[in-house]
Each structure stands twice: as structure tokens, then as C-alpha cells.
Design a protein around this ligand. Structure first.
Ligand SMILES: NC(=O)c1ccc[n+]([C@@H]2O[C@H](COP(=O)([O-])OP(=O)(O)OC[C@H]3O[C@@H](n4cnc5c(N)ncnc54)[C@H](OP(=O)(O)O)[C@@H]3O)[C@@H](O)[C@H]2O)c1
Length: 354
């Protein structure tokens, strides 16, 4: 007998990728239910190559009998529905920022802190981190184990898919408008995104940083180590899928670029492409549709006693959202919800394949 799984936000960027990922990884589900707003009820979404699911309205859905919910309907919606689903007996793996920093909700990246999943019982909710945080901590974990990270300075180059379907349409339409000389009116993003970059993701905080930048700092501390300081600048760029990050890391102990490269090569979920030549690094367009976190441009930072600089790229809809959530579901299913329904232990190395 397999699990009953509900995907909330199934018509969105992340929800559709969750459905694809569940099918691709052959998640042991007997039944998969697609949920979205009442406006989408009756619509069809693809599940794998052959199956079509009819979307049901979240508002009126009864979660009794559902084992696992994978959700991405936006924070405000998750705040209301997730406790309701958990009360009905489901475990909710939520992609929104709603519960991430609540002390009794685990915030999990399976390559970094899989043991935290065990703490899901109190609330019945597990939080998936922000897309930019996920790819960064996957790359930082093997380096932290070797030389203990003190401080991280990161600048992100984040694709428009991170802001949802409508933002992808906005990039497409604005690009066309530039070519045909039509006026440009930003709606989803705060300024023109076509042929431009915007240093503003999520709302401004009192200290002048944005909430996206704050999330990268506090989430890294919750997942990896409470003593690491993070200074982030998060920037939206005119790329459809795939986030890139220029990461500068300061360590307590010495760590050469060669040792770091070897550790990263051996770490789960990471592919190192680092040749100091044309094409010897990865860009977002190449990472789109892939599972791995790619690390390139590994080099010493001579401006601090023990420093390295890296270039980190991943598909924000896959490892930054859907894949990370499904990996959590695999561990939850195998180790906490009656593993006999799961064929063998989940293997993080599977991230490498594709
Ligand atoms: N995109 C990323 O890289 C990424 C990464 C990590 C986390 N997240 C988070 O995941 C969430 C969704 O992101 P997305 O990119 O998938 O957005 P999206 O493409 O705009 O999709 C939003 C989804 O939420 C559903 N929804 C909206 N209001 C709803 C309601 N009242 N009841 C039920 N469902 C509702 C939508 O259904 P309808 O089609 O019916 O409106 C749609 O399925 C956001 O909180 C985002 O921050 C995104």
C-alpha cells in the first residue's frame, strides 16, 4: 500500500514541478490529489508522462486520509490551510515562508540537516527553505565540515520564475514590448525586468535590507549553524529559470581551493564544473531542468586570512523548491511514516542522476 499525497498549489510553478518530480522519482503514492484555488477547480494538470489530474478546490477539501501534503500556495494561504491539514492527520511539507522560522517547525535541506525531519511531530509541518538558501547551504555544508565557516557574503542573481508564473509572463511580455517599442508597465516586479536587474526581492525591512536577504541569513543559521553570519544582496535578473550566487566564504581554519573542490565533488547533490577556461563553469540556462547544485569558479579569496569564493547555480524550481520538498517526503515516508511502503531507503546520491 502506498501513500495518499496532496499537492497544494498544483497549478503554479512549484506545484507543477512537484507533480513532475513525484512522478519522475516514482514516489510510492497510491493516490495523488491536485489542489489549487477555487478558480482552478475542474482544470487539468499533468502528472508524469501519461496521467492527468483534475484540480480540486483547496477551500473545501477534506484532508482526512491524506498522508503527506506538498504545498506552495503562498504564505497567507498556507497559514490557514496547513494547520487544518495537519489537524486532519497529514504531514505538511510547505514551500512558503510561513512557518520556516517557527522554532517547533523543522526547516530542512536533506543534504544538510536530514535529522531535523524527526521534529515534525509537534506541528505536523515541515518547512522547505527559500530557494536561494537551499542551493547555498548545500554548497556550504561540506566546506563548513572541513574548516568551520565564520561569515558568508553573497550576491544572488535570481530568475523570475522565483516570483511565480505571472512574473515569467512579465519578463516575456516586457521583452517583446522593448522590441516593438510598446510602453512598459511593471506589475509583478517593482521595476522593468527586461534588459535590466532589480536589487529588490520581497519587502524592505527596517534596517534597509530586503526580506529575501534576511531569509538567507536566518535560514542558513537555522539549518547549518547558528554562529554563521551572512550578508546577502538579492537581485532579480532577466532569466526565466535558475538562480546563480556569487558566494564569498570566510573560514576559521585554512582551506585550500583544491581541498574544497575535492570535498564538494564528494558531497551529495553537488556537481563541480570548474575549469579555468571557456565553458568551464555553469550558468543558469544550463542548470534549468537539472537536479544538482552546480559549483564553479572555486578560488582563494586573498583578502581575508582563510577565504574562498565560489559560483553556485541551481534550478530554483527543482532543488530550490520541488525536489527538496520531495526528498524530504521520501525520508519522511521511509523513516517516519511506515517505511515498508517505501521501496528501500531514499538515496540522496540520486540527485546526481538525470
Ligand atoms: N518559485 C520558486 O522558486 C519558489 C521556491 C521556493 C518557494 N516558493 C514559494 O512557493 C509559493 C508558490 O510559488 P509559485 O512560484 O509556484 O507561485 P505561482 O506560480 O504563482 O503559483 C501559485 C499557486 O498557488 C495557488 N493558489 C493561490 N491562491 C490560492 C488559494 N487561495 N487557495 C489555493 N491555492 C491558491 C495557485 O492556484 P491558482 O492557479 O488556482 O491561482 C497556484 O497553484 C510561494 O509562496 C513562493 O514563495 C517558490
Amino acid at each position: 500500500m502506498g501513500f495518499k499525497v496532496a499537492v497544494v498549489g498544483a497549478t503554479g510553478n512549484v506545484g507543477r514541478e512537484i507533480l513532475t518530480t513525484l512522478a519522475e522519482r516514482d514516489f510510492p503514492a497510491d493516490e495523488v490529489v491536485a489542489l489549487a484555488s477555487s478558480a482552478s477547480a475542474g482544470r487539468e494538470v499533468s502528472f508524469g508522462e501519461d496521467d492527468i489530474l483534475r484540480v480540486q478546490a483547496l477551500d473545501t477539501y477534506d484532508f482526512r486520509g491524506v498522508d503527506i501534503v506538498l504545498s506552495s500556495p503562498g504564505s497567507k494561504v498556507s497559514a490557514v490551510f496547513a494547520p487544518r491539514a495537519a489537524k486532519a492527520g497529514a504531514v505538511v511539507i510547505d514551500n512558503t515562508s510561513c512557518f520556516r522560522m517557527e522554532p517547533d517547525v523543522p526547516l530542512v535541506v536533506p543534504e544538510v540537516n536530514p535529522e531535523a525531519i524527526a521534529h515534525y511531530r509537534k506541528r505536523g509541518i515541515i518547512a522547505n527553505p527559500n530557494c536561494s538558501t537551499i542551493q547555498m547551504v548545500v554548497a556550504l555544508k561540506p566546506l563548513h565540515d572541513l574548516a568551520h565557516i565564520k561569515r558568508v557574503v553573497v550576491a544572488t542573481y535570481q530568475s523570475v520564475s522565483g516570483a511565480g508564473r505571472a512574473a515569467m509572463d512579465e519578463l516575456f511580455n516586457q521583452t517583446r514590448s522593448v522590441y516593438v517599442n510598446d510602453p512598459i508597465k511593471p506589475e509583478q516586479l517593482t521595476k522593468q525586468i527586461a534588459f535590466n536587474v532589480i536589487p529588490h526581492i520581497d519587502v524592505f525591512m527596517d534596517d534597509g535590507s530586503t526580506k529575501e536577504e534576511w531569509k538567507m541569513a536566518v535560514e542558513t543559521r537555522k539549518i547549518l549553524d547558528p554562529d554563521i553570519t551572512v550578508s546577502a544582496t538579492c537581485v532579480r535578473v532577466p532569466v526565466f529559470i535558475g538562480h546563480a550566487e556569487a558566494v564569498n566564504v570566510e573560514f576559521e581554519r585554512p582551506l585550500t581551493a583544491d581541498r574544497a573542490r575535492t570535498a564538494l565533488r564528494n558531497a551529495p547533490g553537488i556537481i563541480v564544473i570548474d575549469n579555468r577556461a571557456d565553458e568551464g563553469y555553469v550558468t543558469p540556462a544550463e542548470a534549468a531542468g537539472e537536479d544538482a547544485v552546480y559549483v564553479s569558479r572555486i578560488r582563494r579569496d586573498p583578502t581575508v586570512p582563510h577565504g574562498l569564493s565560489l559560483w553556485v547555480v541551481a534550478d530554483n524550481l527543482r532543488k530550490g523548491a520541488a525536489l527538496n520538498a520531495v526528498q524530504i517526503a521520501e525520508i519522511l515516508a521511509a523513516e517516519h511514516l511506515g517505511g515498508k511502503r517505501m521501496a528501500g531507503r531514499p538515496r540522496l546520491e540520486a540527485v546526481r542522476a538525470k
